[in-house]
Design a protein around this ligand. Sequence first.
Ligand code: SAM
Length: 215
Amino acid sequence: NFRLAPRFDAQAQSSMLRPNPKLEHALANSSANGLPPINVLPIAGQHLSILTQLIGAKSVLEVGTLGGYSSICFAEAGAKVTSIEIDPKHRETALQNVAGLDVEVLLGAALDVMPKLAEEGRRFDMVFIDADMTDHWEQFDWAVKLTRAGGCVFLDDVVAAMIKDGHPQEGKESILTQVGRDERVKATLVPTVACHPMAPNPVFNGYVLAIVKDR
Ligand code: SAM
């Protein structure tokens, strides 16, 4: 039942998350620096942290750093994090927030930086895409090239990107169709209902989770 989502969301957040000074400082410092509060929700950060541990990821590429909230989740779960951020102020703030953790933040647009990482022969255990929603397919394509066989790509906000004014966007091929015919991966859509502090109602969204096959 959709209406009950806020209750269970709040319950999960208050009962399953432990105090985390690094994450709390990141939120406070990001807000003090005027960054928008569009980091993953704490319960979703815990999800990323568990996923990192489940696949034993030692290297994570993140697209969209903001203030480094999700970077901290990956790093505290044991991964070295390479994060890409287009906004210099966001990058500066993130660097303050991730101090002491194994996180590098590369300044630039995802579609400029990702090909360079590929050229350098970099490969990651997991790629998390959480930037602008306009280039999902191109970013996914590069993410697959940058992921080792058996690693995974997490493409966030796919449902939000496909819906405009409450309706599926017409005239544009769905990212689900594009990912679905990609023989390099086995993929699924994980639907989510999240309760954002700023939104009046629960937000229906979802992410693509893809495992990269042997090539
Ligand atoms: N992953 C972050 C977290 O949970 O803490 C939140 C990321 S926020 C939703 C999106 C970020 O992506 C913003 O900081 C924005 O400046 C950055 N961004 C937007 N378009 C980008 C692009 N093309 N390349 C790199 N970064 C981009």
